[in-house]
Design a protein around this ligand. Structure first.
Ligand SMILES: Nc1ncnc2c1ncn2[C@@H]1O[C@H](COP(=O)(O)OP(=O)(O)OP(=O)(O)O)[C@@H](O)[C@H]1O
Length: 244
């Protein structure tokens, strides 16, 4: 679904952030990117979405090498960017308005999704009236409503407290089989990356290392206490330590 080949990129008058890095994401996969602050994770998303153009290398989405990559992905930036003057329902309907679809016809389907996202009772509320977890779920649902199969999520749970984050993980793992999406996910949180992902890319200085997560699905958050999970976490910590 996404293939990046020998990507090189540098901001003006700076040393390259990426030097010939390659990666791919297959249909239906959940892939995380972990890296220290400033390693270039958000820049990588800006390159994938076409907000920046590579100096060298290729980015293909569904096999196509096109400049209009933003139109091919659902992108959820770090800040949720919900419009404060619109209700939850109207925020979620926004992608349909942008693509000029008939919003009235889609409302029953969207109400079903609002239920699955635990937002049915707040569809008429405004973003300021929601908890952090609810805001993130609303922004995530809006990203899904773009109808794109590839979702780029930039630290969607980064600002949440640990209990809310745990609830979000539990909720997302429960929903994952049903979503039928492909996700590329940025996080700083090793536990989150292992729990949610099929594979993890460790973004280091000018390098990208791939780690497979061989934990079976469906998963629950309880898995973090299992020895397989703990071993995986230790291995990742060692790789990050070696990289530094
Ligand atoms: N527009 C820009 N012009 C010049 N340098 C930039 C620009 N945007 C980002 N950078 C630099 O590029 C590097 C990577 O930034 P980026 O935001 O992609 O990192 P990140 O891994 O997403 O960090 P964080 O985890 O803190 O969000 C940093 O050194 C940053 O200062």
């Amino acid at each position: 679904m996404l293939s990046i080949e020998k990507l090189t990129y540098a901001f003006e008058n700076a040393r390259p952030i990426f030097q010939k890095i390659s990666m791919d994401v297959k249909v239906g996969e959940f892939v995380s990117i972990i890296g220290a602050s400033g390693s270039g994770k958000s820049t990588l998303f800006q390159l994938i979405t076409g907000l920046l153009e590579p100096d060298q290398g290729e980015i293909r989405i569904n096999g196509e090498n096109t400049e209009n990559r933003l139109g091919k992905v659902g992108y959820m930036p770090q800040k949720d960017l919900l419009l404060p003057w619109r209700t939850v329902l109207d925020n979620v309907l926004l992608p349909l308005e942008v693509s000029k679809e008939n919003r009235q016809r889609k409302i029953p389907q969207i109400r079903e999704w609002l239920g699955r996202f635990g937002l049915a009772e707040v569809e008429k509320s405004y973003p300021d009236e929601l908890s952090g977890g609810m805001r993130q779920r609303a922004a995530f649902l809006r990203t899904i409503m773009t109808g794109k199969d590839l979702l780029l999520l930039d630290e969607p749970f980064g600002a949440l407290d640990s209990l809310t984050k745990r609830n979000m993980h539990s909720w997302l793992l429960g929903l994952w089989g049903e979503l039928q999406k492909t996700v590329l996910f940025i996080t700083h949180d090793l536990e989150e990356a292992i729990l949610l992902s099929d594979r993890i890319y460790l973004l280091g200085r000018e390098s990208l290392q791939e780690v497979k997560v061989s934990l079976s699905r469906p998963r629950s958050t309880e898995i973090i206490y299992q020895s397989e999970f703990i071993t995986m976490r230790q291995e990742l910590e060692r790789l990050i330590h070696d990289e530094n």
